[in-house]
Each structure stands twice: as structure tokens, then as C-alpha cells.
Design a protein around this ligand. Structure first.
Ligand SMILES: [Zn+2]
Length: 222
């Protein structure tokens, strides 16, 4: 059984005390994942609880009671406030994108990228098509900078490429996605991973921007 409960937390920035929902995932999560890593079943919906937003000052963080000194000044910036209330995105996507801005400030580019990916998932759920594309473009930009700085954003290099290709495909950057895909297919990646690239290649050629999951790998005939 997984349960949602509420707990009181004090905002790191302004000290406001509010109640935040938390989830207790007492079952280990199994099941298919989307090609961009989004889990299925209950974990899929729990993404809404992965970021907390202070109603008082607008600070957004996975743990609202924690932060660093720079955060207090940073969230007063006009661009932060604009993002917080940007009508191109649903509210929770804005919370994730604000969290991304805070992570970018601290050069945590992998976390900044994932914040944008999670924002895209919220946009997907709520029919914000253009917002989802914008989030994925931001994620690609953060992840590319992460690679440049020698940071990783997934368990290994090949998995990073799979995520990047999926983000590019879903943000309509078909040429770049295809180029990355073909480069990986020329390499001697192991069989299971090659199938990911084959599936992405097929979707890219069809100009398919929708969500697909890893169960479709098994249906491929190569
Ligand atoms: Zn606050």
C-alpha cells in the first residue's frame, strides 16, 4: 500500500510554515518506463509531489526546508517570478522550472535538466503541448551543458544518449535526434540498447512526437 500524508514544513527562505503532501511508496516500483525515464503506475502520478512550492515567497525545492544562502536573494529576481507565474505552463511545471533555475545557479546542470523533464511530464498530463516542447528544449540545453562540464545525468553514457534522443524527438528536433541515433547505431553498443536506438529511429522517421515506453522494444522486429 502506498499512502499520501501531510506534514508541516518550514520554508528555508521565508520561514512560512505550511502543510505539504508526501508519499510513502512502500512497494518497490516495477513496470514499464517511458523512453524518457518516466515510471509507470503510482510513481507516475507521484511526480506532482517531487517539488514543493512555498505559497508565501515562491521558493521551489524538492525539500522546502533546505537550501543555500544564495537562494534567498536569487528568488527575488524578476525572471524567477516571471517563471513562477508563466501562463505557458501549468503551475507545477512552473515550480519545477523555478527549481531548475535554482539548480542552474549552483551549476547543478543534471538536476536542472531533470527539473525541466519533470516539468514536461506535467505539461503532457495537462495538455500543454507547446509548454512540453519548451520544457524539453530547456532539458536538452541543460543536459548538453552538463556533458560539456563532465557531469552525468544518467547511469551511463549510452543511457544519456537515449534520453537526449527522446527529448530531441519530442521537441521536434528530428534532424539532430536522427544524427545522434545513427552515430550510436554505428557503435558496438549491446543488443538491448541498440533496440532503443532502432525504436527511436523508427519514431523519428515517422516524425512521431508522442510518448512511447520500453514495452515497444519487444515488439520490434530486427
Ligand atoms: Zn517561503
Amino acid at each position: 500500500m502506498s499512502t499520501i500524508f501531510f506534514t508541516e514544513k518550514t520554508c528555508f527562505v521565508c520561514g512560512a510554515v505550511s502543510r505539504y503532501p508526501l508519499i510513502n511508496l512502500s512497494l518497490s516500483i516495477v513496470g514499464p518506463r517511458d523512453l524518457d525515464g518516466r515510471p509507470s503506475q503510482i510513481e507516475r502520478a507521484s511526480v506532482y509531489l517531487w517539488v514543493q512550492r512555498c505559497a508565501g515567497c515562491g521558493y521551489c525545492a524538492p525539500e522546502i526546508s533546505e537550501g543555500n544562502r544564495g537562494d534567498k536573494e536569487f528568488i527575488k529576481n524578476e525572471f524567477y517570478t516571471k517563471q513562477l507565474y508563466n501562463t505557458q505552463f501549468p503551475e507545477t511545471a512552473n515550480s519545477f522550472l523555478c527549481h531548475s533555475l535554482l539548480m542552474e545557479k549552483d551549476d547543478k546542470l543534471s538536476d536542472a535538466g531533470w527539473g525541466a523533464v519533470f516539468g514536461a511530464w506535467i505539461c503532457d498530463d495537462n495538455g500543454f503541448k507547446d509548454g512540453a516542447v519548451l520544457c524539453r528544449k530547456k532539458a536538452v540545453s541543460f543536459f548538453k551543458k552538463a556533458i560539456k562540464n563532465g557531469l552525468s545525468f544518467a547511469e551511463n553514457r549510452v543511457q544519456q544518449q537515449i534520453y537526449l534522443i527522446d527529448l530531441l524527438r519530442r521537441s521536434l528536433e528530428f534532424d539532430e535526434a536522427l544524427e545522434l541515433c545513427d552515430k550510436e547505431l554505428e557503435k558496438e553498443n549491446d543488443h538491448e540498447l541498440i533496440d532503443y536506438f532502432n525504436l527511436e529511429r523508427e519514431l523519428i522517421l515517422k516524425k512521431d512526437t508522442s510518448c512511447h515506453d520500453d514495452t515497444e522494444i519487444e515488439e520490434l522486429d530486427y
